[in-house]
Design a protein around this ligand. Sequence first.
Ligand SMILES: *Cc1c(COP(=O)(O)O)cnc(C)c1O
Length: 379
Amino acid sequence: MPYKIPLFDLNFDDREGLAVCSAIKDNWISTGPRCEEFEMRFAKMLDVDYAISTSNCTVSLHLALLLAEVNSGDEVICPSFTFVATVNAIRYVNAIPVFADVKNLENPVIDPEDIKRKITPKTKAIMVMHYGGFSCDMNNIMSIANEYGLKVIEDACHGPLSEYNGKKLGTIGDVGCFSFFSNKNISTGEGGMLVTNSQKMNERARLLRSHGMTSMSYERSKGHSTAYDVIELGYNYRMDDIHAAIGLVQLDKIEADLAQRKIVRQIYIENLFSMEDIIIPFKKYKAFSSNYIFPIVIKNSTFEKRDNIRNLLAKAGIQTSVHYPAVHRFSIYKEFYNELPITDYLADNLITLPMYSKLSKEQIKYIAESLKIAIENER
Ligand SMILES: *Cc1c(COP(=O)(O)O)cnc(C)c1O
């Protein structure tokens, strides 16, 4: 049964299709001029020196850990309240994820105090994730990193154009990673980006993205080079020009899309403000946010109660989700378990409501009303 109101809706029209056709007509569909333009525009948009396109954010995170020289047995402090890819990437380099809890239910981003408590001589890096497009406490995190000589990797998948103290998320730490998976703010189907201000990291990322080869086929086709060497064990983590063509159209739309999302969030808050049974995370957040998702947390609740509420919303035709089940509770992460009470509460009692720029005032009112009825019903 299709939902009356889906969780997410693509901001696509004829332009994305036309852009793909034009890439095909130009007879170059793998990594080429469109990827290059996408990278340049993305870097400019974020006011960062380098942007490197990739096939998805998960591989960007893998590259980021390689760039940060995180090795086997090193510890990386990370959230459990994130998408599993954030933590899987740490395992790709055989490093040890050390889970830190989030600050509180109002600010469910990694807690600098808990980061500090979890630092050991083996700690090599801190991986942060800007949940929902709302920034982690970067001032504190960067000063902890400086004090202990740690690298900072930002999983900024939720936050293209989100700001913190005038800087764009993803550009504050050593490396930032973005996703263009269909349901993200910028959608290309699959796709990712890595950003950095380090020239050295930029060069190495480009090498590792393409088998460790010293030149790429597009450069060779243009006669810029005729041979190549392989100087490091690399991967095929490249984006292609078909996805980049879609990405370029999406960049034309992103600012208007985010402006509309801001209005959607405002209407949600107006309609939910008086509900005493819920917490709206980041309610007091002032900086610009991408508003990737709209989560709420049920107070004095349980896993069963939350799921009953979600079922009632589904019956009303409203699709919801849970961003996220806690990573430290997954079977493969049992050996890295540690106690994270706030993360556990969120994972059991959070509901992600629909969020996209085309959501109308009437639809938001309907969602808010349905939520009120569902919660009353479960009292
Ligand atoms: C989507 C997402 C990823 C993974 O991105 P892909 O492009 O699908 O690999 C990683 N971290 C977070 C927080 C995400 O939301």
